[in-house]
Ligand binder design. Sequence first.
Ligand code: PLP
Length: 339
Amino acid sequence: MEQLDWKNLPFGYIKTDYNVRCTYKDGKWGKLEVSTSEYIDIHIAATGLHYGQEAFEGLKAYGGKDGKIRLFRWEENAKRMRSSAEGIKMAVVPVELFKEAMLKVIQLNRKFVPPYGSGATLYIRPLLFGSGAEVGVKPSSEYTFIIFVTPVGPYFKEGIKPVNMLICRDVDRAAPLGTGIYKVGGNYAASMRAIIAARDGGYANTIFLDAKEKKYIDECGPANFFGIKDNTYITPKSESILNSITNMSLLEIAKSLGMKTERRPVLVEELSSFVEAGACGTAAIISPIAKIFDPEKNKVYEYCKDGQPGPESIKLYNKLVAIQYGDEPDTFGWITVID
Ligand SMILES: Cc1ncc(COP(=O)(O)O)c(C=O)c1O
């Protein structure tokens, strides 16, 4: 392999040597297989193609100073994939199979784990879809589970940087009793129009509101939202958002740093009372928010007036990243070390 330019990797797809696959048929999972192909042979009537029976996950492997590879809370990704599968009536991937596949694909592609200090990581993408043929709307009786990995550069090349967000009122990502709590492809398809409109307008992403009343903050594109005021980390509670593992972790870190935490509905008007705001997820960990524009109300909410991320966001970010890379002891029991 040509040596990759670890410091300048994009946040995108780069081919690695292997991926792993497993199929579910006749009511049971088969043997894990290793493939060198980036392609899959798929039935033209597969339910994953027609009826959106598809779910995925996203997590990272971090190369540490000690040369060890660390995984962050992978059990939560396995659990969330289980919940997504149940949510759209797919076969569930057992945690043991998830683990075996993940460890195998990392070991096979070990040389693609970016070295400590490059800011890059190995992104792990588990994928599950209905691969059996159906024409009527019903769950498939066959499923394919794949995990591929790809090295990715840091989300922010020049370091953590505040971004602008646009409030979206004309597109809903998910309905209250819909599939917003699952990590299924359909939610991302539903969000595409809004995300592109925000990017075309020069915003990093869109903030979705609750679909029913348009009064509360739901999510920031593919990331959860948080606001900070009065030494309190506040994040929306909603029945249509994806439960972010980064957000769950930041809530615990905030508590450990002596902050109060609240998970509750957050009114749009409350945006004016926050001293810091941000989006959080595996990709960027924290994207501090500089400005939020509400086009309908012609109102701008401003944070980071000096162009710098707020002090609490920086503290939270540094602590979480230090745990992920193994720079600080993992007092929460979140890390799995691979030798
Ligand atoms: C819709 C959505 N919300 C939130 C998140 C953040 O979740 P996590 O912190 O588990 O990456 C993601 C990314 O997975 C997402 O796609």
